[in-house]
Each structure stands twice: as C-alpha cells, then as structure tokens.
Design a protein around this ligand. Structure first.
Ligand SMILES: *Cc1c(COP(=O)(O)O)cnc(C)c1O
Length: 354
C-alpha cells in the first residue's frame, strides 16, 4: 500500500480544546466545519464529546453528519440555511442557526414550525462579508424577538484581523458590536482562535475556536502551547546520487549545487501537499530536518538526503506535524495552515487512540 497517511492525534485535539476552553471566559464551540479542517469531523467530534460545550459547522449537511453519528450537543450552522426547505431538518435535528441576512430573517418569520428555533444573529462589525450592519442590528434583533418561531437569540460577530497585533481594527469591531447590542439581554459570541490567543480583554459567552484545536498557531510568537494534531507522513521510495549541476523534477527548477543524494517521497499535490512549496521548504526524514528539492509533482516530491547518510528507501518522512510545523510549511508556500489542512486528501487517515 502507498505509505502516504495522515496520523491524527486525538489526545492532542482534546488537549488543545481544553486550552481553548481555559482561554475562553465561558463556553467554547469546537469549530469542526470543512470536515474538521481536514481531520475528519465525526472522529474529532466524538473525541471531544465529553468536553465540548457544542460544535460549529458551515451548513446543514455537515451538521447532519454529526447528528447521524450520535453527537447530541448543540450544533451551530455558521452560514445558517440557504433555502427555506432546510428549516424542517434544522428543527427536527435541533440545530442552532446563524441568521446573517434579511432574506433569512423573512423566511424565519414566515415559517410554520412546531418548535421555535435558537438563532445566532450575526452583525457585520467590519469584516464586510455577511451580517447586519450596526445600524440595522437592533431592528433585526427586535424582529426575531417578536417572532413566535424564535425561542432564544445569541448575538454574534466575527473579527477580520484578530491575528494582527499592531492593528486597531479588532478593538474597533468589538466596540461597534458592543455599542450596537447595548441593552439587549442576550448571550454573545465573538472570539475566534486569534482573538482567544491574542486579545485577552475580549471575551464572550460562547467562543468559537477552530484552528487552535488542530494545533496551528494563529498568531506568531504567542505563548500558548497547542499540540499538532495531524502528522502528514510518507516514506522514501527511491534514492539517487546526482553529481553537481543536475536538474531535479519538472521544469528543472532546482539544479544541484553539489553532489547530492536525492530521496523521492510518495507525496504530492494530489495528496494536498502544496505545489507552491519551493526548494528549501523543511521536510523531516527519520526525525531529522532537511529540505524539499525542485517542484512538487502530483504523486511525488524530492528531498535532500546528502547530509542524512542513514536515510534510505523505506525511511519515514514527515511533511508536517511534530518535527516540521504546519505553520512553517504554510509560510514557505505562501498560504496558511487552514488551507493546507483542508486540502489533505487521498492519503489514508489513521487515528491514534485517546
Ligand atoms: C471558521 C470560523 C471560526 C473559527 O475560526 P478560527 O480562526 O479557525 O478559530 C469562528 N467563527 C466563524 C464565524 C467561522 O466561520
């Protein structure tokens, strides 16, 4: 069998949730949208079932997967519903529903439900993606409050730049959110991972940590210790000795600057390893850090074994995880850990027990 695999450390996931929960003043929703950022939503939710106050997903389909696996905690749909016909399943499965636009509000008002819904009312405090503007927010809340179809309301907003420490916009968004919701007696939800890590004076009743659960650092240099959950691994499947001046891989993007021992790894961009990772991107072989050489192919990539004489065919390779942090690989490839994790595919996922 091809040796490419993603080892998922559920004990580390549990540790990270507990750290996130401590950082939260109150309850913490584990964000498991996009198949738990590529880690497997059902396995991750089950591993957190005795710890998590609730879960957040993007849409009804993701929530139903969790409900069918027996997850009974609150589940928030972060984009709410996309059409009125989803309301029956939202109601039947007791899902909490974000309302971010007037058209959703109107559908809720006109719905025929047997049980009123829990609604998370989203304010656009500066992200300018979805949500009600500050000047519309109170009226939207009043309409929900007046509707027989609504049982309770949570006030929410989302930060655009909480990962930037030298930037005033997070405090400005928080201030706007507080001003617009002043006097409304309802729980609030505002902190994502970077806000929990870097903005300790901003707290809410429900935090919404995502990426920190999976062990990536959303704000460089912060002190909390989140453990990597995914270790993306494979093996060396071929070794060749090349003299000085030989090109490696498609496009001859890398030419050896010395006699080089090259290891070929069964891992490529079809597995989700970023094709934009350049020569020099760190890779770990048998626990020793070395570097990527040349372009990443669909199924293979090359690494430098010149200084690792003990490495050979069959040697264990880690692309990210313990020895190489995913944040380093993301920085080299000009992207973020979120995208790398969500892109992992084709490789076998293996879960370590907890
Ligand atoms: C994805 C998402 C989160 C989690 O964000 P992280 O940066 O991964 O913590 C929180 N809130 C909303 C609305 C989201 O869409």
């Amino acid at each position: 069998m091809r040796p490419a695999r993603a080892l998922i450390d559920l004990q580390a996931l549990r540790h990270n949730y507990q750290v996130a929960k401590q950082l939260s003043a109150d309850k913490a929703l584990a964000v498991v949208k996009a198949d738990a950022y590529g880690h497997g939503a059902v396995a991750c939710a089950k591993a957190l079932v005795d710890l998590a106050d609730g879960f957040a997903v993007a849409c009804l389909e993701e929530a139903l997967e969790l409900r069918m696996a027996g997850i009974a905690q609150p589940i928030v749909l972060l984009e709410g519903f996309f059409s009125a016909d989803e309301l029956a399943l939202i109601e039947a499965n007791d899902l909490w529903c974000v309302v971010h636009a007037e058209w959703q509000l109107a559908i809720i008002e006109q719905a025929h439900l047997t049980r009123p819904l829990t609604v998370w009312l989203k304010m656009d405090s500066g992200m300018h993606r979805v949500g009600f503007f500050a000047h519309e927010y109170r009226a939207a809340w009043q309409r929900l409050q007046d509707s027989n179809n609504v049982a309770s309301i949570v006030l929410m907003s989302h930060f655009a730049r909480a990962d930037e420490l030298d930037c005033t916009s997070t405090d400005e968004q928080y201030q706007l959110f507080q001003d617009a919701s002043a006097g409304i007696d309802a729980p609030i939800s505002i902190c994502n991972s970077p806000a929990l890590v870097a903005w300790p004076h901003i707290r809410s009743d429900w935090s919404r940590p995502g990426i920190i659960l999976y062990g990536s650092q959303p704000v460089p240099g912060s002190e909390q210790q989140f453990l990597p959950v995914m270790s993306l691994q494979s093996k060396i499947i071929a070794v060749r000795e090349l003299p000085l001046g030989e090109a490696i891989g498609y496009g001859a993007q890398c030419v050896t600057s010395r006699a080089t021992r090259v290891g070929i790894v069964a891992m490529g961009y079809a597995d989700g390893y970023p094709r934009h990772a350049p020569t020099g991107t760190p890779v770990s072989v048998e626990g020793c850090r070395t570097q990527l050489l040349g372009r990443v192919s669909m199924d293979m990539l090359a690494v430098d074994l010149t200084d690792l004489p003990h490495a050979d065919v069959g040697s264990a390779v880690e692309l990210w995880g313990q020895s190489v942090s995913i944040d380093e690989v993301a920085a080299c490839a000009g992207t973020i850990s979120y995208q790398l994790l969500c892109n992992v595919k084709r490789v076998v996922r293996e879960y370590s027990p907890y």
